[in-house]
Design a protein around this ligand. Structure first.
Ligand SMILES: [Zn+2]
Ligand SMILES: [Zn+2]
Length: 351
């Protein structure tokens, strides 16, 4: 079978891979669509970030080269011994978190901050950029018949967004700013709208992305190159934003988020960082700002599936291209790096 395999930064090869074998308690899935994630892009552009190189991952024993892809949906084609909840023929998406189950986070149910957190498609024995993949039964979520596989592939990134919003202090009636309008930023915006916020200011240098944000429910859009965001937000609100979401992962947007938030407000950091940013800690101290990071999601896939299936969240509007696996470098990773109009690119591993 074909698979896209990460060897090192700028070196992802589409090659023949061994078909994965079902083990007891696991499920084999024929992948229909798998999205390219911002974190995949970081691994392509500047990795390794979370892909194990040298030392294998403590839970999976896997190290590079690894099959990538963790945002996928498909159909179950085989189930291992002892699997009861999932049947052959089920349409499913996958929650790709790999956790130990025994560390203090896992014992508290906070499995997304497991001490040895891994991800199927980063540090697991397989990934969604392949025709077939095998995962443990508990990682599999059924999707309803009225949900397309394309929508199914978007459950994972939307889960990141919904988790970030649920972890924040956001309340109905709030003003929020979203910095960075990639797929996660645009999904956060839709979750904020669903949560009853009054004003959502969307910030990005791409005109196309700002337009997309306005069409998805942002009340205002700002180009940070033309307009100082904090000044704009203060003029709009008098005091600043209640909560800012940093989804761009670069120093100027973090600074701008800290400037834009009101006293006693909150900045939620959802990005991964290729470089450590400088931060004005006095601004934090004098405004008693709360800064919080969020990673992945936990116990949230069923809610996300419902939001998408019910139309509360229009995930398919995030899709800008659908490509074949053979084109994953040029029309996938390179396109995302060069063309900011691209938002979510889905890959068909069978073609
Ligand atoms: Zn992802
Ligand atoms: Zn753990």
């Amino acid at each position: 079978m074909k698979a896209a395999v990460w060897y090192e930064a700028k070196d992802i090869r589409v090659e023949e891979a061994q078909e994965p074998v079902v083990r007891p308690g696991t499920v084999k899935i024929r992948v229909e669509w798998c999205g390219i994630c911002g974190s995949d892009l970081h691994e392509y552009a500047a990795g390794p970030i979370t892909i194990p190189v040298g030392n294998p991952h403590p839970l999976t024993g896997v190290k590079a080269p690894v099959i990538m892809g963790h945002e996928f949906a498909g159909q179950v084609i085989e189930v291992g011994e002892g699997v009861e909840r999932i049947k052959v023929g089920d349409r499913v998406c996958v929650e790709p978190i790999i956790n130990c189950g025994t560390c203090s986070s896992c014992r508290k149910g906070l499995y997304n901050i497991c001490e040895n957190l891994g991800l199927h498609g980063m540090s697991g024995d397989g990934g969604g950029f392949s025709e077939m993949t095998v995962v443990k039964e508990h990682m599999v979520h059924k999707i309803p018949d009225n949900m397309s596989y394309e929508q199914g592939a978007l459950v994972e990134p939307v889960a990141v967004a919904l988790h970030a919003v649920r972890q924040s202090k956001v309340k109905a009636g709030d003003t929020c700013v979203v910095f960075g309008l990639g797929p996660i930023g645009l999904a956060i915006l839709q979750c904020l709208k669903a949560a009853g916020t009054t004003r959502i200011v969307a910030v990005d240098i791409s005109e196309e992305r700002r337009q997309k944000a306005l069409s998805l429910g942002a009340t205002h859009a700002v180009n940070p190159i033309e307009q100082e965001v904090a000044g704009f937000v203060r003029e709009l609100t008098g005091s600043g934003a209640d909560v800012c979401f940093e989804v761009a992962g670069v120093e100027p947007t973090l600074a701008s988020a800290v400037d834009s938030v009101k006293v006693d407000g909150q900045v939620i950091i959802v990005s991964l960082w290729e470089r450590n940013p400088a931060i004005n800690l006095n601004a934090l101290v004098f405004k008693e700002i709360d800064i919080k990071g969020t990673i992945c999601y936990r116990d949230i896939f069923p809610a996300v599936i419902d939001m998408i299936a019910s139309g509360t969240l229009e995930s398919e509007k995030l899709i800008t291209s659908k490509i074949k696996i053979d084109d994953i470098t040029e029309k996938g990773f390179e396109a995302l790096l060069k063309n900011k109009n691209e938002i979510k690119i889905l890959v068909n591993p069978k073609a």
